[in-house]
Design a protein around this ligand. Structure first.
Ligand code: SAH
Length: 196
């Protein structure tokens, strides 16, 4: 996976490549789906949600340009796989999931694997985690309409990046926000970001 799906397709952040070589992706899936773990695509998990394609996880994580000392916020824990990868690249991760069942499962797997620097919360991630802000990077793994939730922008450290898929009239694009600028990147497909 690391060589064929990531390095060969332009992922060059060694911290991210090492994390993705280390985190056992199959552990974040139900036993009957483990055969799909290293497939070059998204995999369906419970509650009609998905675990993102390996390349998407790598690209999004790389865009944060993590150096290891940051506290990072993830909105949309899903399986917990993305949080596990992030946890190998920074100091601490706070991840929020609106489906309690998913949050509980993800927390259990992360604990089994000994990834102790991840805090999993159940709730609406569009409000961020004001009690833990500011963050040295933020990832949203569900698609927002038109713009990212304003609370997330407010909870960024100066110079830090927010990576969020955004849908507008032209389509759905991974978008990088930093210091008041927005840069549109790859066309992507994500489940909707549901607030409230
Ligand atoms: N990073 C995940 C991918 C999760 S898919 C992984 O590696 O498996 C996106 C997730 O975002 C879904 O689980 C969905 O329930 C969750 N989600 C959608 N809107 C949300 C919101 N407002 N707050 C928190 N989680 C949300």
């Amino acid at each position: 996976m690391v060589e064929r799906q990531l390095r060969r397709r332009g992922i060059s952040d060694e911290r991210v490549l090492e994390a993705m070589g280390e985190v056992p992706r199959e552990r974040f899936l139900d036993p009957d789906l483990r055969g799909d773990a290293y497939r070059d695509g998204a995999v369906t998990i419970a509650e009609g949600q998905t675990m993102s394609q390996p390349w998407v996880v790598a690209r999004m994580t790389s865009l944060l340009e993590l150096r290891g000392h940051e506290r990072v916020l993830e909105v949309g824990t899903g399986s917990g796989y993305g949080a596990a990868v992030l946890s190998r690249c920074c100091q601490e991760v706070v991840t929020i999931e609106r489906h309690a069942v998913l949050a509980e499962r993800a927390a259990a797997v992360l604990a089994e694997l000994g990834y102790a620097n991840v805090e999993v919360r159940t709730g609406d991630g569009t409000a961020g985690a004001p009690d833990r802000a500011p963050f040295g990077g933020e990832l949203v793994t569900a698609v927002a309409e038109e713009r990212p939730p304003p609370a997330l922008i407010e909870q960024l450290e100066p110079g830090a990046a927010l990576v969020c898929p955004v849908r507008d009239a032209e389509g759905e694009f991974l978008t990088l926000y930093r210091d008041g600028t927005a840069e549109r990147l790859a066309a992507v497909r994500f489940v909707p970001l549901v607030s409230g």
